[in-house]
Every structure is written in C-alpha cells, then in structure tokens.
Design a protein around this ligand. Structure first.
Ligand code: C5P
Length: 238
C-alpha cells in the first residue's frame, strides 16, 4: 500500500570545503541552484511527496526569495538547521508526522535518478522494510594508513603493516536513507554521539534493522570544486 511520503532535504551545512562564499547547496548547477535540482528529482519520482527543507538560519530568506522570484512553487516546510547534521535532522523530525515513510537526503546530492527514489519507496512499502540504505561497492583498493607530521609540520602518511581492508566487504553509504517515521523519531531521541555519521548509524544504535539496496555511482555528494565541475558536465543546462 502506498504510504504518505516525506522528503527531509538536508541543506543547513556551511559548505566550507567548496571554498565559495555561498554554501554549496545554493551554487548554480546548469541554471538552477543545486538544492532545487535535488528537490525536483523527488518531485518527479513522487509528485505528492511532502517536502521539509532544512536550511541555515541566515539563508532562510535568500531561499524563500529565490523560490518566489523563480517560480519554484513546491510547498515546503522550512526548518532551521542545527549545529551538526544530527541536530538538523532532529529539528526536521519535529515536522514529520507519524505513520509516514521518510526519506532523509543530502541537499548536495542532486545527481540521483528519479527511478532510484521511486524504487526505494516501492521497496519500503511492498517489502515492509524498516530502514533502507543505498550503498555502492568499493572499486578502488583501500589502504589503512596513519596520518602523522614531519618535523617541519608537513603531513605524512605511514603504512600500517598487516592491516588491510577487504574491499569486497566495504561499501559506501549514500542518501536518500528511508525509514518508518516513528522508528526514526525514536532513534533521534538518543543523545548525540560522534559515531553518528549518517542516519543509518543512528537507527542501528536504536536497534532498527537495516536493509540495503543498490546506490548509484553518479549520486555523489558535491563536496569539492572538482565535484561541482563534474556535476556541471553531467546535467543538462536549462
Ligand atoms: O557536512 P556534510 O557534507 O556531511 O553534509 C551533508 C549534508 O548535510 C549537506 O547537504 C549539508 O547541507 C547538511 N547539513 C545540515 N546541517 C548541518 C550540517 C550539514 O543540514 N549542521
């Protein structure tokens, strides 16, 4: 049975690694801000989805003005971000009703396909998953190295003898990560832990069983200027 679907789109980061004056989620990607492109993928996959957008407090009015000026009319609940991503998600969940399926997605991952989103919602609804996490296999050989510094302060990487990562068992976790909303609300009532690097780790600590599905190679998190360059080669400009 089709559930009520909620998208919580995480866009409250300051994006300092990109080196731009504007956070990366607002940078132009083929004629539209990255964040708009991200939300539009979900609207294409599931037109009746409800959108909760988490923003930095200081960019709230910029985003509101942009949506009005550029006719981006999708109804959104706008929420202030928190000090970490964990705190931002926790703020957003106050606006998520119980009895829904919630997709938590990074606003800076605009390149996923609507088919992936639609397929994941179907899997949640038809297979009764409690949590569904998209993953991609590691193609590169992985090295376990220690970071150290030379006498003149340069960073140096040192081999850890006999420690290796078996790449056949290592996967990269992506978003959207989907959950039954009541489960996720309960998971986010736990105290913050620095080991919570994604929503799946929060859910797992609360005892929620995780299911996994195939992610997409292009579903990258735009983090560095190189990522944005690559994204601009991939999207069709409007
Ligand atoms: O910092 P990181 O790259 O892990 O951020 C992933 C996503 O989480 C980004 O879309 C960012 O805007 C969002 N975020 C947030 N609130 C924070 C930190 C990050 O919504 N306090």
């Amino acid at each position: 049975m089709k559930s009520n679907r909620i998208l919580v789109v995480m866009a409250a980061g300051s994006g300092t690694r990109m080196g731009a004056s504007v956070p990366k989620q607002f940078l132009d990607l083929g004629g539209k801000p990255v964040l708009r492109r991200t939300i539009e993928v979900f609207l294409e996959a599931s037109p009746d989805i409800k959108v909760v957008t988490v923003l930095p407090k200081e960019h709230m009015s910029w985003w509101r003005d942009y949506c009005l000026a550029d006719d981006f009319n999708c109804p959104q609940t706008l929420v202030n971000g928190g000090i970490t991503r964990f705190h931002s998600v926790r703020n957003a969940l106050e606006n998520v009703p119980s009895g829904t399926v919630v997709a938590i997605h990074d606003g800076v991952r605009p390149l996923l396909s609507p088919d992936m989103v639609a397929g994941m919602f179907r899997q949640m609804e038809e297979k009764g998953c409690r949590a569904l996490i998209p993953v991609v296999p590691s193609y590169d050989t992985l090295k376990v190295l220690d970071r150290t510094r030379t006498a003149d302060g340069q960073e140096m990487l040192l081999e850890c003898k006999d420690e290796y990562a078996d790449r056949s068992r290592i996967f990269g976790a992506q978003t959207p990560q989907m959950f039954v909303s009541d489960d996720l609300k309960r998971a986010y009532s736990q105290p913050f832990d620095t080991a919570f690097t994604d929503d799946a780790s929060v859910a797992s600590k609360a005892g929620i069983p995780l299911s996994f599905c195939q992610g997409e190679r292009y579903n990258i998190k735009l983090t560095s200027p190189e990522d944005l360059k690559l994204a601009r080669l991939i999207v069709r400009p409007c």
